[in-house]
Design a protein around this ligand. Structure first.
Ligand SMILES: NC(=O)c1ccc[n+]([C@@H]2O[C@H](COP(=O)([O-])OP(=O)(O)OC[C@H]3O[C@@H](n4cnc5c(N)ncnc54)[C@H](O)[C@@H]3O)[C@@H](O)[C@H]2O)c1
Ligand SMILES: O=P(O)(O)OC[C@H](O)CO
Length: 336
């Protein structure tokens, strides 16, 4: 199975960087942008200045603001919009999806209300079988990938052949994708690390150093793995790119929007101030802390850091108080 003609729906940071990866790997790529002026800039000037300034986009990458035109003849469709808007966007595109196209999910989140992972939302709205859906996860800060800094990713699909088809389509000199069949683990890893990155940023914003951040990364991984175990993930996944790999990148990089958002809260800014500073770009953890917390509660899994992030973001809990509460919990064995 080989895919040559690929459509990327969403022209934000990661959609644009991933489209570049595909085009650099020799695929014919068409992007859909919400705003016609963004589509025109990508198509005519080979740049997406609002999201990835100073990055030259390849000539075999074009763009349109017309979804029907973008999707015409696509063998694979990459969904690159934020997780809480995926359902609404995909509902609008449903009738335009070419039959049998592989659907590739870039979003890292859990839907509010339904508590569904992104591949579950895609299957529900598109009617596609789970075998047709490939999830991309791993330590992939968009700006670094667009600058062609070396990185690896994981492509998860219950159908190995389709994962391999997308693997071939995005393998290149600076991007090394691995396959995995654990869709649940890869999606949970990607969604949960955004919440943990918020907490790490918050700690940094309060002036704490590497020990605190490492503690949050490690205990964040522990609570993510607990949820994964309960929901049927392979525990090994959390030792891989979608687990520890993405946590380390996101929790330690100033490029992470989630970490940056948390840092602002830690410095005393309000949620609204931090949102304004993000300039319309999504910090997925701000919403996913609530959906993941609810998923954990309904699954009977203890996720104290996620719970604290929900209460800081949505219930007005002071970050310092959240830290004190986390430290004041009952003593326990590391793996209980
Ligand atoms: N940026 C990264 O480094 C990165 C890396 C890996 C994964 N991701 C994930 O990929 C997904 C997309 O991230 P991104 O970085 O491209 O986001 P972004 O905020 O940079 O861009 C989002 C894109 O979706 C479009 N869009 C359509 N409907 C929207 C709506 N209702 N609200 C907001 N935007 C809407 C926007 O116009 C924009 O083109 C997220 O789930 C994110 O967690 C991002
Ligand atoms: O900038 P963030 O925090 O959305 O994180 C980006 C990617 O998910 C890192 O892998």
């Amino acid at each position: 199975m080989d895919v040559q003609r690929i459509t990327v729906l969403g022209a934000g940071s990661w959609g644009t960087a991933f489209a570049k990866v595909l085009a650099d790997a020799g695929r014919d790529v068409t992007m859909w942008a919400r705003r016609p002026e963004v589509a025109a800039q990508i198509r005519d000037e080979h740049v997406n200045a609002g999201y990835l300034p100073e990055i030259r986009l390849p000539a075999n990458l074009t763009a349109t603001a017309d979804a029907a035109e973008a999707l015409d003849g696509a063998e694979a469709v990459v969904l690159a919009v934020p997780s809480q808007s995926l359902r609404a966007n995909l509902t609008g595109w449903r009738e335009l999806l070419p039959a049998g196209a592989i659907l590739v999910s870039l979003a890292k989140g859990v839907e509010l209300g339904t508590l569904k992972r992104m591949s579950e939302v895609i299957a529900e709205i598109s009617g596609a079988p789970e075998n047709d859906i490939v999830v991309v996860s791993g330590p992939n800060l968009a700006r670094e990938i667009a600058q062609e800094q070396p990185a690896a990713a994981v492509l998860a699909c219950t159908d190995h052949e389709r994962a391999v088809a997308i693997q071939r389509a995005c393998s290149g000199t600076y991007f090394r994708p691995y396959t995995n069949t654990d869709v649940i683990g890869c999606e949970l890893g990607g969604a949960c690390k955004n919440v943990i990155a918020l907490s790490c940023g918050m700690a940094a914003g309060m002036g704490y150093g590497a020990n605190t951040v490492a503690t949050l990364i490690t205990r964040g991984l522990a609570e993510t793995a607990r949820l994964g175990a309960k929901l049927g993930a392979d525990p090994l996944t959390f030792a891989g790119l979608a687990g520890v790999g993405d946590l380390v990148a996101t929790c330690s990089s100033p490029l992470s929007r989630n970490r940056t958002f948390g840092e602002r809260l830690g410095r005393g800014e309000t949620l609204e101030q931090a949102q304004r500073a993000a300039g319309g770009q999504v910090a997925e953890g701000v919403m996913s802390c609530s959906s993941i917390r609810e998923l954990a509660q309904t699954s009977g899994v203890d996720m104290p850091i996620t719970d604290a992030m929900h209460r800081v973001c949505h219930e007005g809990l002071d970050p310092r108080r959240a830290g004190a509460e986390l430290l004041g919990r009952q003593n326990k064995h590391e793996w209980s």
